[in-house]
Design a protein around this ligand. Sequence first.
Ligand SMILES: Cc1ncc(COP(=O)(O)O)c(C=O)c1O
Length: 330
Amino acid sequence: MAKFGTVFCDYFAIARYEDGTWQQPAITPVAPISLHPAAHVFHYASTCFEGFKAYRWEDRKARIFRLHDHVARMQKSAASLHMPIPDADLLAGMVLDVVKKNIDEIPQPPSALYLRPTMIGTLENIGAAAAPTTDAILFVLTSPVGDYFEGGARPLKLLVEDQKARTTEQLGSTKTGGNYAAALGPTLDAKEKYGVDQVLFCPDGDVQETGAANFMLLSDDEIITKALDTSFLHGITRDSILRLGEDLGYTVRERNFTVDELLRCAATHEAALSGTAASLAPVGCLVHNGEQISVMDGRPGPNTEKLRAALQDIHSGAAADRHSWLTEVA
Ligand SMILES: Cc1ncc(COP(=O)(O)O)c(C=O)c1O
């Protein structure tokens, strides 16, 4: 399977927002979008997106995981950027139509069809630094993606960054391109300097998240993860793992914790990253102040594996969808 995100299905869904209304969406062959060089997105970063997956079961029907939660998060991102807010039915309908159109290209679980709704501001005005875009294009691109864990789950190595933030407090829970631009420099530096996979951003010692995944600590009886606030992205996988954890008898503790506590917990708790791409990925090593700290014995822990399996069993249909997280596409 090609590298994640580099291969696309032939069709995408697209809709324009002009004169205060959404135009009828269309399903068309994926093709370049032509924009005026003054488009708001190029200058003032009016853009937001989503990332989630559709799975194809043996009955050949597709199931989209937590469609309505991703639509709601996209609406929240659009609102926080003062962009046109896509109607929930419009966006969900575009996703359903594009999955249906590309259904034969969805690989078997644990591979999936990655879904990428994206909205960009198209107002032609380079003097609109302090004004929102009034026009937008919304599209849904799809990409067949493989198993992140092909060849087994490799424990990740994270740099614990206790000074810099991933992004700003007001946009931390918005899924917007600028946040990834902000995290890129520190992440590339850490990869080069320490050979880590990711940076765990902990500004002023507050353990938040990495560049593209949430962070949690797990033991045989509890799951600890940062309480929701505006500083980080409210991952749908995070929420799914917490709810499955409750079902399996874990005590879920959504509370803030510090780097000091994290480093102490490395001896007693497993650590993991949660996100659509990685589902629940084990963390085996933390780097802090130039020192390497092993998380437990450095290998993927049983609680991480149990919770990841519980989630993946819902994706593949091996376990019942007790929370009604799947939307069927015939
Ligand atoms: C910054 C950030 N945090 C967390 C996540 C995990 O979110 P989700 O579980 O909804 O994929 C992502 C991935 O989308 C992300 O980009």
